[in-house]
Design a protein around this ligand. Sequence first.
Ligand SMILES: C[S@@+](CC[C@H](N)C(=O)[O-])C[C@H]1O[C@@H](n2cnc3c(N)ncnc32)[C@H](O)[C@@H]1O
Length: 210
Amino acid sequence: MDSFISRDLENYIQNHSSGESEVLQELRKIAREELNMPDMICGPQVARFLQMLIKLGNCRRILEVGSFIGYSAVAMAEAMSEGKLITLELEAKYAAISAPVFSRPEFSSKIEQRMGPAAKSINRLNGKFDLIFIDADKISYPEYYHKTFPLLSDNGLMIFDNMLWRGEVVRPESEEAEVISQLNKTIHNDERVSCLMLPVRDGLMMVMKR
Ligand SMILES: C[S@@+](CC[C@H](N)C(=O)[O-])C[C@H]1O[C@@H](n2cnc3c(N)ncnc32)[C@H](O)[C@@H]1O
């Protein structure tokens, strides 16, 4: 399954949104055709949405938890006028695909990838981030929330992907859906933040400090 909504609607949305750069098209093709994992990347709509937010907020320090083959990292780097994006990944096999892209001249000074379990990499981070995009193992999302919150700048934005878990959050049956559903409640009840859930693709939870 390559889509979270009907194929017709997906095509309609894509046909009425600005297209991806060539490098993003290449990475999406790899995810779909070589790895047979089309749903692992955040996809064109989320990518464009992130790009618009980055430009609007003039984000200069970005943290991504979960690089996969670099699709969203490249999309975000494309939108940064200057600054640094740190992206965290566990699996060397995915980094083998993203590394040659990250080392292209247009991205090499902007994207830094750190390998290993994200929870450990987060412990070693310093400074504040204007945007934190969480898109790794869902079971660890609550841990990523608590660990990265102190790293969010005062006007920064934290975005979690897949927060509708294909709609299963309404009546969770899997462990992932249960964890995500609990986290949605935790964030909603967290008096330190204001939050907004958007039904973009598989659901984005956007979080800002009050
Ligand atoms: C959904 S994919 C990320 C997709 C990417 N953000 C994009 O849109 O192109 C999730 C990634 O998180 C990685 N991951 C899973 N568990 C992890 C962990 N404990 N630490 C770091 N990365 C992890 C997976 O290997 C996978 O590449």
